[in-house]
Design a protein around this ligand. Sequence first.
Ligand code: C5P
Length: 205
Amino acid sequence: MIIAVDGPAASGKGTIARALARHYGLPHLDTGLIYRAVGASVLREEGDPASEGDALAGCSFDDFLLEDPWLKSEEVGKAASIVSAHPLVRKALLLRQKKFAAQPGGAVLDGRDIGTVIAPEAEVKLYVKATPMIRAQRRQLEQRKGGVFESLDKVLADIRARDERDTKRAEAPLRPADDAVTLDTSFLSIEAAVQKAVGIVEAAK
Ligand code: C5P
């Protein structure tokens, strides 16, 4: 069984994908981390994420970079959303993700284009969403735990800018697959959201 989980930043898709993977004993891939590793490599080499050549060079990152806590920062998240708009970058990273999805026994993948591009054949497609303000509040809380203190206005502006880039790009824009089930986590606790997600998977199995 392949479970595709898509949605915007801080919607809860990562938490839900991890919980589903645990629940069903499936391997999990956070595809955002791959784009973050590309963005981080470009920044580290003092390249320009908007340059397709620099971004493409960043695709040959070392896998140990995936473990770097710096990848979680907004700086890298922003670079990731810029490099991910380049068609050649998406092409370079396609096979790795498709292979992960196609492994025997199935997998859970989360990202922006899992249900639409990476695994359109997925048995279960979830589109996780929440209002921009609620996502900004969650992101701010997460940042504070990591010792980063930004105003809610700034966090909200970053979230909106990322939504804008991810939904408006020409290549694999963020959108629900036609056969995706939407899960709005705005007013749900993590436990309630996971419970709903399991219910959706059970209904689709
Ligand atoms: O999910 P996360 O915030 O870690 O993703 C970082 C960025 O990587 C996103 O804003 C998006 O632009 C890009 N991304 C993507 N396709 C995916 C996963 C992430 O374009 N499947």
